[in-house]
Design a protein around this ligand. Structure first.
Ligand code: AMP
Ligand code: ZN
Ligand code: ZN
Length: 418
């Protein structure tokens, strides 16, 4: 190699170095500049089963898969019910650790009952453990907003999202969507960088009509069109290239039938029971001391139902550590119903709450935005792994949680560490 050639290579090397340096400095400047700080918007559509997009035309979700990421599924925590799972997404904790073990339960630690339909209990902070993501954000100077996310009506460490609403299921979905867009149009100093919002469908129609019914499919198509409208409105914002959007859900739905219904009262007596928490198809039952053995042996004789003593619940379910979990866990086999009394009529349609190993319980996960890879498909993730993912995108120091960033990190574009 002659000297001129060597010089040329050295000059080229220097030029490359300067270019790389200025690019990474620019990246660092951008992430520190308030005008380029990232946003995360999470929408949960309740009961949106992982495979609905395979059954129904969902062009807008398909488009997100092209411009962003799709995980095969988001696996719920057990029990695959609404409140336990929305709060697991928010806190990164298993229900045994965040305290919302069912939608309805007796809390012996407080000597109080919790119910999703009781406003007083829903906004009572003593039921909730862990640190929801909006509290992590607010404590670290990031404004947050919740449009009906479970748990956001209760104070945690005296903190609420900067913006939130008391739950009202009759607020039209379009109104919620526009409310979220309005938050993103606030002046920078007032604008939330974390927004969590919620839609109670297709859970409602999934229960009533079943997961394989045309009415449910129609709802999926409508929700997909809302996804499209939302994405379009986001794209029109000045800050659109800073916004990361996640579309997910709390659980799926399984087809049930009237003739696959079990009535507990045909096997056990009311007098044996101290407390019974839960709802079809999953219950947690506290025995009166003297009937502990009788209750267990009677429950064990029921066909198409699985019964575990609290201390024998399989590790993978992460459902034994809380005082709020009672003596026996009763879970119907897939597509079976368990009702307490025959005064409650058997019904067909859909149910959830089953073992989370059951694929029918798995939910969707799609995301796009500057932090996410493009046209990337990933294996199923656990919903508790969302909390660390959001912390990573927003540069927040996470609280100690059960979820692990390493499970969801592959969804993100590698950060420049300079
Ligand atoms: P489930 O199917 O029983 O697990 O729960 C779904 C129901 O939870 C939906 O019908 C919603 O109306 C209700 N829900 C969701 N979020 C809230 C909330 N923040 N407060 C009260 N109810 C809620
Ligand atoms: Zn739900
Ligand atoms: Zn439901």
């Amino acid at each position: 190699m002659n000297i001129t050639m060597q010089k040329k290579i050295t000059v080229f090397g220097w030029l490359l170095l300067v270019l790389v340096c200025s690019f990474s400095c620019r990246q660092t400047e951008l992430s520190n500049d308030p005008n380029h700080k990232p946003y995360v918007v999470v929408l949960s559509m309740d009961g949106f089963r992982w495979d609905y997009p395979e059954k129904v035309k969902t062009p807008n979700l398909d488009h997100i898969e092209q411009i962003g990421v799709r995980a095969k599924a988001s696996i719920p925590c057990f029990p695959s019910k609404t409140f336990p799972n929305h709060y697991s997404i928010a806190t990164g904790l298993y229900p045994e650790n965040h305290g919302l073990v069912f939608n309805r339960f007796y809390a012996p630690d407080l000597d109080k009952f919790y119910s999703i339909s009781n406003r007083e209990s829903v906004s009572d902070s003593s039921f909730y453990f862990g640190e929801p993501i909006w509290v992590t954000a607010e404590k670290q100077g990031i404004k947050s907003a919740s449009y009906f996310w479970v748990g956001s009506e209760a104070l945690h460490d005296n903190v609420l999202p900067t913006y939130n609403y008391a739950y009202n299921g009759s607020v039209p979905f379009e109104q919620r969507l526009n409310g979220v867009i309005e938050w993103l149009q606030l002046p920078e100093d007032d604008r939330p960088h974390l927004i969590m919002w919620y839609i109670q469908e297709p859970d409602g129609v999934g229960h009533y009509a079943g997961p394989n019914h045309p009415e449910t499919y129609q709802m999926i198509e409508y929700l997909d069109s809302l996804v499209g409208v939302f994405q379009h409105k986001i794209a029109e914002l000045d800050i659109s290239n800073q916004i990361n959007v996640i579309f997910t859900s709390d659980h799926g739905m399984s087809e049930i039938a009237k003739d696959r219904t079990i009535y507990l009262e045909n096997y056990i007596k009311k007098e044996w029971i101290e407390y019974i928490d839960g709802a079809n198809p999953v219950y947690s039952i506290e025995a009166k001391d003297e009937y502990y053995d009788t209750l267990y042996s009677s429950l064990s004789n029921i066909k198409n139902v699985h019964v575990w003593k609290k201390e024998n619940v399989p590790e993978r379910l992460h459902f034994s550590e809380s005082q709020r979990i009672k003596d026996f866990l009763v879970v119907a086999d897939s597509s079976w119903s368990v009702l307490v009394s025959s005064r409650k009529k058997a019904y067909s349609g859909g149910a959830h709450g089953y073992d989370n190993i059951n694929k029918d319980m798995h939910a969707i996960f799609y995301a796009y935005g500057p932090a996410f890879r493009k046209a990337y498909s990933h294996k199923a993730i656990n919903n508790i792994d969302l909390y660390p993912l959001i912390c990573e995108i927003l540069d927040l120091e996470p609280a100690k949680v059960d979820g692990k960033l390493e499970h969801t990190l592959p969804l993100l574009i590698k950060k420049n560490k300079n």
